[in-house]
Design a protein around this ligand. Structure first.
Ligand SMILES: Cc1cc2nc3c(=O)[nH]c(=O)nc-3n(C[C@H](O)[C@H](O)[C@H](O)COP(=O)(O)O)c2cc1C
Length: 360
């Protein structure tokens, strides 16, 4: 399997995960400057801001970086009775918790994907990565025409194969351990939670069966150099780390969220639907427990995500991390808060030590 260095000119087998709402141009550029692949999570970002943030990354680095989008329809027509019920629940919770904010029905439930895609094309990063779905064949062609390489997100072997057959240049497999939203798209009504030890070799085999030997990138619970080497031994060309970089000063996660990562017990890190309407891994905090019994009636993504935004904003402003979506992977407590460039150097040092230890 070709290395990322050969394919994309990235020195190290290390990708900083795109994290919508938490990655900053400073974080992305620091990782790319250090020889890894920095990724800007732009799933929640309006088109003009995508252009502005990409320009800021460019001002900070001339190395390759990735821009990440969620593949979604442009418009949503939710059941408004379900919206009203959810708003009642959320408003009652805000009242109980002493937050002055109230839910609103926004003009749009999420930024329009087609407009975000056009901004991505204009920004022309070296790589584009996608979660929640496949771009259309015409969009894949457009990316190729602009020489933008594509990384697809897969949560199962079938999704890895689908990306390979769709023309992706690499596939990032997201194990069950991974923090943030599940990026899958093929298994409607299910939330596959395949562990990374099973998923990497299965995906390598599925990609090979497609006849396209594209690199497989491993994501989920990897926090140190030994984990990166383990992923490589299983057949991955590189590792993608999210939670490890969330703790960096360059990430825009709130101080209270970063603080909670250090003491996050593995058994309290769960798959949660009640913040956004889509399964995502994070801390089971006070909000999650308060909404537990409503989980099945709440509207789907991105409607619920928009409805909970005022609560999350007000809670963040009040320093109440127990009411915000504290996304993190299962090994969050292993995060080492330090500047991103130092973390990259440390990870690579550990990776080389682990490699040497394995050779003896
Ligand atoms: C706070 C947070 C936000 C995330 N947002 C995105 C995103 O916008 N796009 C995406 O493809 N993956 C996103 N992910 C998932 C990561 O790409 C990756 O799968 C995950 O971080 C790997 O697991 P780890 O956090 O244990 O390292 C996010 C993860 C976290 C922790």
């Amino acid at each position: 399997m070709a290395s990322l260095a050969e394919r994309f000119g990235i020195e190290l087998p290390l990708v900083q995960a795109p994290m919508a709402g938490a990655t900053t141009p400073e974080l992305v550029a620091a990782v790319s400057n250090a020889g890894g692949l920095g990724s800007l999570g732009a799933g929640y970002t309006e088109p003009q801001a995508i252009l502005d943030q990409a320009a800021r990354v460019r001002a900070l680095t001339d190395r390759p970086f990735a821009l990440n989008l969620f593949v979604l329809p442009d418009d949503f027509a939710p059941d408004m009775a379900a919206v009203a019920r959810a708003r009642e629940r959320l408003d009652a919770l805000m009242e109980r918790e002493g937050l002055a904010a109230r839910s609103t029905v926004p003009a749009r439930w999420a930024p329009r994907y087609s407009e975000q895609f056009a901004a991505l094309c204009e920004a022309r990063p070296a790589l584009a990565s996608f979660a929640f779905g496949l771009p259309t064949p015409a969009q894949m062609q457009e990316l190729r025409r602009r020489d933008i390489r594509v990384i697809g997100t897969a949560t199962t072997a079938a999704e890895a194969r689908a990306w390979a057959e769709h023309g992706a240049d690499a596939v990032c497999v997201q194990g069950a351990e991974a923090g943030g939203h599940r990026g899958g798209f093929l298994h409607a009504g299910e939330t596959p939670l395949v562990g990374l030890f099973a998923l990497v070799p299965l995906a390598v085999q599925a990609v090979a069966a497609s006849g396209r030997g594209i690199p497989v990138i491993a994501a989920g619970g990897i926090m140190d150099g030994a984990g990166m080497l383990a992923a490589e031994v299983l057949g991955a060309a590189a590792s993608q780390l999210g939670t490890a970089f969330l703790a960096c000063p360059e990430s825009s996660a709130t101080a209270a969220w970063k603080h909670d990562l250090a003491s996050a017990e593995d058994h309290r890190i769960a798959t949660i639907r009640s913040f956004s309407g889509r399964a995502a891994r994070g801390l089971r905090n006070r909000y999650v427990e308060a909404m537990e019994d409503a989980a099945d009636e709440l509207p789907p993504y991105p409607v619920l995500n928009a409805l909970t935004a005022p609560l999350r904003r007000a809670a963040a402003a009040a320093g109440r991390a127990d009411l915000i979506s504290e996304w993190c992977g299962q090994a969050a407590a292993l995060a080492r808060p330090q500047p991103a460039a130092e973390l990259v150097a440390r990870l690579m040092h550990e990776y080389r030590l682990a490699r040497r230890a394995l050779a003896h």
